[in-house]
Each structure stands twice: as C-alpha cells, then as structure tokens.
Write a protein that binds this ligand. Sequence first.
Ligand SMILES: Cc1cc2nc3c(=O)[nH]c(=O)nc-3n(C[C@H](O)[C@H](O)[C@H](O)COP(=O)(O)OP(=O)(O)OC[C@H]3O[C@@H](n4cnc5c(N)ncnc54)[C@H](O)[C@@H]3O)c2cc1C
Length: 371
Amino acid sequence: MKIAIVGAGLVGCTIARLLKDRGHDVVIFEKEKRIGGLCATDVHRGRFYQLFGPHNFHTDNESVIEFLCRFSKFNEYTHYVGTFVDGRVLPYPISYETIEMLQERDQILKELRRLPKKINMANFETCVVSMIGKELYKKFIKNYTMKFWGILPANMEAEWAPKRIEIRRDNSLGYFKHEWQGVPHCGYSHMLEKMTEGIPIHYNVEIKDYRDLKYDLVIATIPIDELFSFCYGRLAYRGLRFEINFEEAEWEDVKYGCINFPDSDVAYTRKCNYSLCYPNGPVTSCIVGYDFPGNNSSMYPVYTSENKKLFNKYLACLVRIKNLLSIGRLGLFRYYDMDEATEWCLDNINAVENYPALNLEERMELLTKVR
Ligand SMILES: Cc1cc2nc3c(=O)[nH]c(=O)nc-3n(C[C@H](O)[C@H](O)[C@H](O)COP(=O)(O)OP(=O)(O)OC[C@H]3O[C@@H](n4cnc5c(N)ncnc54)[C@H](O)[C@@H]3O)c2cc1C
C-alpha cells in the first residue's frame, strides 16, 4: 500500500516505522522544519533539552521498551516533582510523607478517613475532593488547575482526574509509578531520526486538505478539527509557552526535576531543570525552562462536555471515510502520555494496516476503545 502520514511526532514516526517494516511504501509530511512534534529535543553546548517541556518516558510495557531500544539507548532518570506550597517546596504527588509536613496534618487525615466510598464523577472538582478531601484539594490542586487550564475545575470533566491524582504511600518511584523511566540518550529527535531511517520525510509541508493526498491510506496525527477544516467548530486545547534559560546558575532543589507553582504570584505554572535527565554538557550551569499557560497552541485537549460532543461529531465524520485515519494525542483528542501513544500503535498495527477494509463498526471500535 502507498501510505501518507501527516505529522512527524512520536506517533507519526512510530506508525511509519511499523508499516514500513511490513513492506508498505510510506512517506511523512511535517509542517515544521524538524522531527519530534511535542517531544522534539535540541542541544545547547553539548547538553540536550526538550523544546516543549520535560518529557520523561515511563512504562512497564516490555514491547514498548523493546521497540524504542531498537533506536536509542536511554538515560535512566527518575523524575521527582515538588510543589511550592505555604512558602516551601513539598514532594508531589501528594503522599503521606507530604501530609506529615503540613500544619493542617490532623484536619487532612480526618478528611481522608471520611472520604466517600465512591468517587463523585460529576465534575473535576467533585471528583478530586471525593478522592483527597477539601484541604488537600485547596492547597495542591484547585489553583494549579485554574491557572493551568484557565477554567474553573467545576466546569471540567472528571475523566482524567483518577488517573493523575492520588495519595501515595511514598514517592520512591518519583512522579511516575512505572519502574522503567528515562529519556533517550541523545534526545527524542535523534531517536525518531533513527526510527524513520529509510522513510522520506517532507519538512515544511503543511497539509491543508487531506483530499490532496492521493494515497491508499492517509494517517493524520494532527488535531482532528483541523483535519476537517474546523467544519463543526474548534475543539478547545490548552497550550504552553516555554521560556528557557540556558545558563541558570543554580538549581537549589537538587532532587526535583520540576517544581509546580499553584499560586498566582508568578505567571508560570512550573519551573523545570532539564540538566538532571541529560547530565552531559557543562556542569557549571543548568538549562531551566519556565512553562507559561495560554491558548496559543494545541497541546492539551480540554475535557469539557461540549468538547466531547464536538469530538464525537468529528469522529462520526472520520469513520465514514475508508482511507483516512486520525490518531495520536491530537488526532484522538486524548491526554496521552508517550508510553500510551506508542502502545496504541503497537497494539493496533494490524487494524491500522487493514483500515480501508474494515467496516464502519470496526473503524469506530478501533477509534473509541482507547477513550
Ligand atoms: C508540555 C508537555 C509535556 C509532556 N510531558 C510528557 C512526559 O513527561 N511523559 C510522557 O510520556 N508524555 C508527555 N507528554 C505527552 C507527549 O508529548 C505526547 O504523548 C506525544 O508527544 C504525542 O505525540 P503525537 O505524535 O501524537 O503528537 P505531536 O507530537 O503533536 O505530533 C503531531 C505532528 O504533526 C505536525 N502537524 C500538525 N499539523 C500539521 C499539518 N497540517 N501538516 C503537517 N504536519 C502537521 C506537528 O508539527 C507535529 O510534529 C507531554 C506533553 C506536553 C504538551
């Protein structure tokens, strides 16, 4: 089959490699002049850093590890996160270790003993309060969520909260719970260049209309509303602007790769030290990134009920077209981490390869089973 892939991010490159390995004639179109999409990396004075915020790979899936290790060695790196609360940095995710450090410890433990048996999924706020109690919600989650997403937590869907928010026994594995954690030794862009060896990539080509691509199968990894020229309206995404200081003199909280700032006295939501996962390069300074939330780019799907309805309209449109597939974080409007994105490609490669032959129900099943 002749297959065109739109987008040279992690998903575009992964699916391209898998299809090429099965003997298909694959080509990639990428609107930027570089590979990597959201996980793109660059190098400054011999030290790698991520262009769009810290990207730490974490998984327990052996197939994912085996697949990625074909293209890169990985630096082992456990990502520890802190949150700036009550004038000091506390370990995050919230753990019993964190609670012990708080003045309101007794009140919090009382609230935890009285939590409802069932999580209240009415909205994001009710969900989190029913999982961790009011006091912890107020201190760690409420302001950060408003600052990050720019909307009231009560107006957000609860869907992803149980996956992201919890109280842990301890934080020995760091922010992520998987045993296998790290970053590609020479950055993600280098790993993806290796992954796509032998596959032509046309850079600086922005696909405006998928119908211009005369291929047996077109696989898009771009925002699904953009794919359909916003015919039903725009899905809401949240973006970030990144300011990077390449010569930050010191990083006082050596253990933490990132520090969250829930309060509004600083405009950034987090401050991240890239030098911890890429320890090569000059040792006298750190590369530190500051994340400023905004609506300037499409990075995080905003989970509201209106967006969900709108996404479903686009999905209904998509499955009626036999040779067009929309996948990846923005193509499926899903808050995917890189392990899930890679896993999706590995698990569904047979269905992707046979997509034009699937019937409407089978196509819908493929695209909705992940949601
Ligand atoms: C700030 C941030 C931090 C993150 N941190 C982590 C982390 O620590 N760990 C983790 O596992 N995951 C993390 N993620 C998630 C991770 O970035 C994604 O899961 C993954 O990169 C998604 O890859 P993708 O290929 O689906 O999308 P993308 O990377 O968005 O790729 C889409 C590609 O399509 C191109 N494109 C768009 N429109 C067009 C067009 N019209 N024509 C041609 N090309 C086009 C884009 O330029 C881009 O290269 C993070 C995400 C963000 C935003």
